[in-house]
Design a protein around this ligand. Structure first.
Ligand code: ADP
Length: 195
């Protein structure tokens, strides 16, 4: 099963993707984590992306489509994957659809974690506090504002893209973590069953 976890920065995609990875053996494919790994490793790709990410802007579609394609072709994705933080633009979603189609696969389900802005800002502020000054370079109140603006402008339109494909399901991302996990499980286990 191929699942897209969808939502604004701080909505809990990463947390829930990790739970799905351990409970359902669906690898978490996080473009943010892959890009941060490239930066930490000092690769050319990492060097190219660092200033873009620090500013809260999106790296070019071709970059993330390339790394997702390579990652998806690893043997552990044979049974599917959880896409976390990808796609973030309509061209990325189109590229993902054709990449999967070429492999005889498709996105089965898109799960939106719905969280309002005030809660998102509070969560990131908490994450900054807890990190004791070693927060992610893009976890600052100013950059978060830009990441949210980029989300609403470039990424939120994907909700209609996937709604039109009949794949979108929404859960309340403001509930406690365990409740969100349960709601996601209900959506996944209900997928494919006649409603
Ligand atoms: P968050 O969901 O908290 O914003 P991520 O770890 O998903 O964090 O992404 C961090 C940054 O990495 C983004 O702000 C962006 O610069 C870059 N990035 C990650 N995924 C993508 C993507 N699919 N397309 C373009 N840029 C991306």
């Amino acid at each position: 099963m191929n699942i897209v976890l969808f939502g604004p920065p701080g909505s809990g995609k990463g947390t829930q993707a990790k739970i799905l990875q351990s409970e359902r053996k669906l690898p978490q494919l996080s473009t943010g984590d892959m890009l941060r790994a490239a930066i930490a490793a000092g690769t050319d790709l990492g060097k190219k992306c660092k200033s873009i990410m620090d500013a809260g802007e999106l790296v070019p579609d071709s970059v993330v489509v390339g790394i997702i394609g390579d990652r998806f072709d690893q043997p552990d994705c044979k049974g599917g994957a959880v896409f976390d933080g990808f796609p973030r633009t309509i061209p990325q979603a189109q590229a993902l659809d054709s990449l999967l189609k070429a492999r005889g696969r498709a996105i089965d389900l898109v799960i939106e974690l719905k969280v309002n802005d005030a809660v998102l800002i509070g969560r990131v502020e908490q994450r900054i506090k807890e990190s004791g000054g070693i927060a992610r370079a893009d976890d600052t109140p100013e950059t978060l504002k830009n990441r949210l603006a980029v989300y609403y402008k470039n990424t939120a339109p994907l909700l209609d893209y996937y709604k039109n494909q009949g794949k979108l399901q929404t859960v309340d991302g403001m509930a406690p973590i365990a409740e969100v996990t349960k709601a996601i499980a209900a959506v996944i286990d209900g997928a494919g069953k006649p409603s």
